[in-house]
Design a protein around this ligand. Structure first.
Ligand code: ADP
Ligand code: MG
Length: 304
């Protein structure tokens, strides 16, 4: 069973201006594994997260649950859907300021029809599992730190025992030490619950421990994907290599010019270099991803 996006394109139209935020992206994520989607700001990561969570419709392409037997109905209205939950980048803003934390964490359960008493008991248990003191349940979001609020958001996402949790830059707004602790927590929770993560991040170094597979996005396209170790150690695409070489990543609020980095990447690879898929000239590689190793796919540089 896997959550799958197939050939998803998303076009935004604002005041007559069209932005092709996502261009023909396919990906899947299963229970128990982490697919990390990595790319710089503006590459289309949040758009992908919203489509996967059912919060935004794709302009074309499909979202489905795929089983060996075929397709299940789409996960549907994600807000009530127990199978997919989402954790956002800004934890305090993602929680209702007028709700005490107890209500925020139990709400996915009461929405699913569980009596309030039972939901409160499970919420308290979940709050402890994310490393918070149960006294936090009586507070409002503005009364806890950013790191605590993100633990609350993680508790809220996991309390209904979903199959997949989508995490959109879950540590980007937190400071370095808190960031490391949240990543450790996510990893422990995955081991104990078997949840699958679709982990969105601009920082490839942050997914070293967590990712099973990595998909690299550049300007709305996946330019390379594969097992995490393969991508981190044997990246083929110059953009992936630039992302890895750029660690530690600069301030995420400052736009990062990938093309400039590519010219200066370790091995001097640049857009003008031969197609990373090798073999045929680039004009034969106009579309799609090409296999270059076990489960390792790369796009032609002529494509992006
Ligand atoms: P990321 O999360 O990687 O920074 P996004 O998915 O947020 O990327 O955005 C991808 C592109 O789509 C950007 O160029 C962004 O400006 C544009 N975009 C995102 N949301 C909207 C929107 N609601 N309306 C118009 N353009 C948008
Ligand atoms: Mg984003």
């Amino acid at each position: 069973m896997e959550l799958a996006l197939d050939n998803v394109t998303v076009v935004y139209r604002r005041r007559g201006v069209e932005t092709r935020a996502v261009r023909g992206v396919s990906l899947h994520v299963r229970k128990g594994e982490t697919l990390a989607v990595v790319g710089e700001s503006g590459s289309g990561k949040t758009t992908i997260a919203k489509v996967a969570a059912g919060l935004r419709k794709a302009t074309s392409g499909t979202l489905s649950w795929r089983t060996a037997a075929g397709l299940d109905p789409p996960p549907g209205d994600s807000r009530g859907g127990r199978r997919v939950q989402m954790v956002f980048q800004h934890p305090v803003q993602s929680l209702d300021p007028l709700w005490r934390i107890r209500r925020a964490v139990r709400e996915p359960l009461t929405r699913g029809g569980l009596p309030r008493g039972e939901a409160d008991r499970l919420a308290a248990e979940m709050i402890t599992r994310v490393g918070l003191d149960p006294s936090v349940l009586d507070r409002y979001p503005r009364e806890v730190s950013g790191g605590q609020a993100q633990r609350v958001a993680i508790a809220r996402a996991l309390v209904s025992n979903p199959e997949i949790v989508i995490l959109d830059e879950p540590t980007a707004s937190l400071d370095q030490t808190v960031r490391a602790r949240i990543l450790t927590l996510l990893s422990e929770l995955q081991r104990s619950t078997g949840v699958g993560y679709l982990m969105i991040t601009h920082d490839i170094s942050s997914v070293r421990r967590l990712a099973t597979r990595i998909a690299v996005m550049y300007r709305g396209l996946i330019v390379e994907s594969g097992p995490a170790a393969t991508i981190l150690e044997h990246a083929r695409h110059p953009y992936t290599r630039a992302l890895i070489a750029a660690v530690p990543v600069a301030d995420p609020r400052v736009p990062w010019d990938a093309t400039a980095h590519m010219a200066r990447s370790r091995d001097g690879t640049s857009w003008e270099d031969p197609c990373p898929a090798g073999g045929a000239p680039c004009d034969e590689h106009g579309a799609g991803l090409h296999p270059v190793g076990p489960q390792h796919l790369v796009a032609c540089t002529a494509r992006a």
